[in-house]
Design a protein around this ligand. Structure first.
Ligand SMILES: [Zn+2]
Length: 328
């Protein structure tokens, strides 16, 4: 395994006290060092505007370059240095995917995150869609699995009419950005290749495992990607204050292990999205890296909160719906 990292990733800051803070990367790094997992560090190779324009509009790129210290939405500032930070984050993702294509499973310590950035919009802490730019740069049949608790509206937008990139995701139903209906299955050639799995608030390990085993894994097998990219948000953890989900650390690690099990020849990259409880996020990242190395960690944030939703029933219904297009 390998980790793509750059010391300047901590220079990006919305404002003091913002949840998407430099402390996220700092805490992850500290945890990985403590666990003996801070090794095989890869320096990102910088991408160019040309790479960005394969995914985003010239309008978005120009706006990003202009900066100006203005809010894009109540939670996302566009500053004069944001362009540089967003380019670095996307470069980290692209480098991770190139590494993965060479058979080395790789974790990208990206920030700012990217999955809310669409072809022509920024927002939700995101400016450039790191995962989309990386998938485009890879240029192979790719499955993107998004486990962030928020719907990946940006990633969906980029690949909505494409059948060479599968987007399959889980999110908390009704949470920001309030998109991600099950009926949103893609369009044109991409019909069926966008798979949304909205999960009710209060769901925990069992609901997620059911979604993974009965929907995500069978769809991945049928799609048979050459490359798997995981948009790993850790904000469905019960410690996270931005959502109402009850996954614990081991639950997260098990989900990731199942996805790793579907990758071929080491061609899997994990790209960090959200996750705002610093230590729980760091612990999950450490657990995933340990799993890639055939090792385990002893999680601290691992209470069993059970299921406080009708999630299992919802997954059963979703399975029937998605099963109309995929062999589940
Ligand atoms: Zn999120």
């Amino acid at each position: 395994m390998a980790i793509v990292y750059h010391y300047k990733l901590v220079e990006h800051e919305q404002w003091e006290g913002h949840p998407e803070s430099p402390l996220r990367i700092r805490t992850i790094k500290k945890k990985l060092k403590n666990e003996g997992l801070w090794k095989d560090i890869v320096h990102p190779e910088m991408i160019t505007d040309e790479d960005v324009l394969k995914v985003h509009t010239p309008r978005l790129l120009n706006r990003l370059k202009e900066g100006g210290g203005i809010p894009i939405d109540p939670d996302t500032m566009l500053k004069n240095d944001t362009y540089g930070h967003a380019m670095l984050s996307a470069s980290v993702a692209v480098t991770a995917v190139r590494n993965a294509l060479n058979g080395i499973p790789t974790f990208a310590l990206t920030r700012p995150p990217g999955h809310h950035a669409g072809r022509d919009w920024m927002g939700g802490f995101c400016y450039l869609n790191n995962v989309a730019i990386a998938a485009e740069a890879a240029g192979v049949r790719t499955a993107i699995v998004d486990l962030d608790v928020h719907h990946c509206n940006g990633t969906e937008d980029v690949f909505y009419d494409r059948n060479d990139v599968l987007v399959i995701e889980t999110h908390e139903d009704g949470l920001y950005p309030r998109t991600g209906q099950k009926e949103d299955i893609g369009e044109g050639a991409g019909t069926g290749y966008n798979v949304n799995i909205p999960i009710p608030a209060g769901s925990g390990n069992k609901t997620y495992e059911k979604a993974m085993d009965e929907i995500i894994i069978p769809v991945l097998r049928e799609f048979a990607p050459e490359l798997i990219i995981v948009s790993l948000g850790v904000d469905a953890h019960y410690c996270d204050q931005t959502s109402h989900m009850l996954l614990n650390t081991q639950g997260y690690i098990e989900l990731c292990k199942r996805i790793i099990g579907e990758s071929k020849g080491g061609r899997i990259a994990f790209i960090l999205e959200g996750g705002y409880h610093l230590r729980a996020t760091a612990e999950v990242v450490a657990g995933v890296l340990a799993a890639l190395d055939g090792m385990t960690i002893q999680p601290e944030y691992n209470e069993d909160k059970g299921e406080q939703s009708n999630g299992l029933r919802e997954i059963k219904k979703l399975r029937e719906y998605i099963g109309e297009r995929w062999k589940l």
